[in-house]
Structure formats: structure tokens, C-alpha cells
Design a protein around this ligand. Structure first.
Ligand SMILES: [Zn+2]
Length: 243
């Protein structure tokens, strides 16, 4: 897949880092983002600007007023509209060179296989563990990376799950629901920070660069800006990825 003159110009500053070959790898990627809220509306903006070839965004929600403090894709006029519809429109305007597809649905055990059929990877934009476990299992099944992030209050977590190589989400949390019930306390900068890190993780992973958080969980504690990093490891008896 070669780059047009326009693309060489458009991506010229990052070509200085990735080279044309790197940009072609990105252009060839099909990325699925589940949940276009605080995390997903920022990751999709940077994935579109980065120039991934195909972006599928999946969310069942409508934009509500209380989303606007953090969900960077939406404005006041979008309240009441389906998130995927607004997201597709805005991401198309941002970068018409990216094929953006919106699917207005929840990701469930029934539809996950179909939704991830063409995917090279999945970017986590969820606000609940149930959907994360469903996708984790499918990513293990399909042998594609799962770029996980989650946050609550000022705390955030991020790791890159590579089936067969790293712990999966179930190794990490054993199927437990780690989220508090009720509305998650959140200001815009916490998911935004994690979402750009997810996009960087994806880039580093597919371009074979160092710094991928494999078997490492970066945790931003609420008291400080710099994350702690803990090592995690695969559970050979894991129900999802174990032997
Ligand atoms: Zn596992």
C-alpha cells in the first residue's frame, strides 16, 4: 500500500519518525474502538489523525449533557444524537483519508465475533468490565492485540495485551468487576491522557518500536502525575488464555 503525494505531505512530520514504510503499515490497519466516551472519543481523534486505514467505532449511546466535560468529539449541539453518527461525521471531516465506520450497538457475546471479523486490533474505550471481558476473549481467540485502559476518579490504568505473549485481562482480574457501581467520577484529562497513550501503544506495537507495555501495567495513582508500573504475568490456568 503506497502513499499519495497528499499523504506524504499530510503526514510529513510523523514520517520523520516512522518513515514511509511505517506510515504504510498504519494505513493498512483496521482498528476497532469499543466505546466512544471519555477514552474512545480521544483515541479515535488521534487514530484518525495518525492515519490508520480503517476505523470501526462501536457504541450504543446517545450524547448526553453530562458527557461534555470529557468526551472531546461532542459539542452542545450533538446532545441527543447517536455518538457513533456524530463521531463518524467529525472524524471524516478531520481526516477524509481514513475509512470510518460507525456501528450503533453494544458489544455482546453474540455480536463480538462479527464486529471484530476484519480487525487487526482492539482499542478499549469501555466504561464497564463486562464488555471488556467479552472483547478480551475474542481478541485471544483471534490472536490480535487488545489495548486496554480504564480510569476512575484521578486514577488510571493501561496495559497492552498480546495473546500468547502476555497476560490477558482475565489473567489480570480473574473475571472480577473492578469498577465501582454508579456514575464513574471523571474529569476530561484522565481518560484523554490514557487514550493518547493507547494510540501510542498501538503505534509502537505495530511499528516494532520499544516501550510497549507488555506484561506491564502502568497505574496512575491519584496522588501523582507519574505512573507506577507493575509487572503482570500470564496465568497458565487462565480460563480464557490458559493451556
Ligand atoms: Zn488469560
Amino acid at each position: 500500500m503506497t502513499l499519495s503525494n497528499f499523504e506524504l505531505d499530510r503526514y510529513s512530520r510523523q514520517l520523520l519518525i516512522f518513515g514511509e514504510e511505517g506510515q504504510e503499515v498504519l494505513k493498512d490497519l483496521s482498528v476497532v474502538v469499543g466505546g466512544v466516551g471519555g477514552l474512545g472519543s480521544v483515541s479515535t481523534i488521534f487514530l484518525a489523525r495518525l492515519g490508520v486505514g480503517h476505523l470501526k467505532i462501536v457504541d450504543s449511546d446517545l450524547v448526553s449533557v453530562s458527557n461534555l466535560n470529557r468526551q472531546a468529539l461532542y459539542d452542545d449541539v450533538d446532545v441527543g444524537e447517536p455518538k457513533t453518527e456524530i463521531a463518524v461525521e467529525k472524524l471524516n471531516e478531520m481526516n477524509p483519508g481514513v475509512e470510518v465506520e460507525g456501528v450503533q450497538t453494544e458489544i455482546t457475546e453474540e455480536n463480538v465475533s462479527d464486529l471484530l471479523r476484519e480487525a487487526d486490533c482492539f482499542v478499549d474505550g469501555f466504561d464497564n468490565m463486562e464488555a471488556r471481558y467479552v472483547v478480551n476473549e475474542e481478541c485471544v481467540e483471534r490472536d490480535i492485540p487488545f489495548f486496554h485502559a480504564s480510569c476512575s476518579g484521578l486514577e488510571g490504568r493501561i496495559t497492552t495485551i498480546v495473546p500468547g505473549k502476555t497476560a490477558c485481562l482475565n489473567c489480570l482480574y480473574q473475571g472480577k468487576d473492578t469498577m465501582d457501581s454508579g456514575p464513574i467520577p471523571v474529569a476530561g484529562f484522565t481518560p484523554a491522557k490514557l487514550a493518547v497513550m493507547q494510540v501510542e501503544q498501538l503505534t509502537r506495537y505495530f511499528l516494532d518500536m520499544d516501550g510497549v507495555l507488555m506484561d506491564r501495567l502502568a497505574i496512575f495513582p491519584k496522588q501523582k502525575m507519574i505512573p507506577d508500573e507493575i509487572e503482570i504475568s500470564r496465568n497458565v490456568n487462565c480460563d480464557v488464555c490458559g493451556n
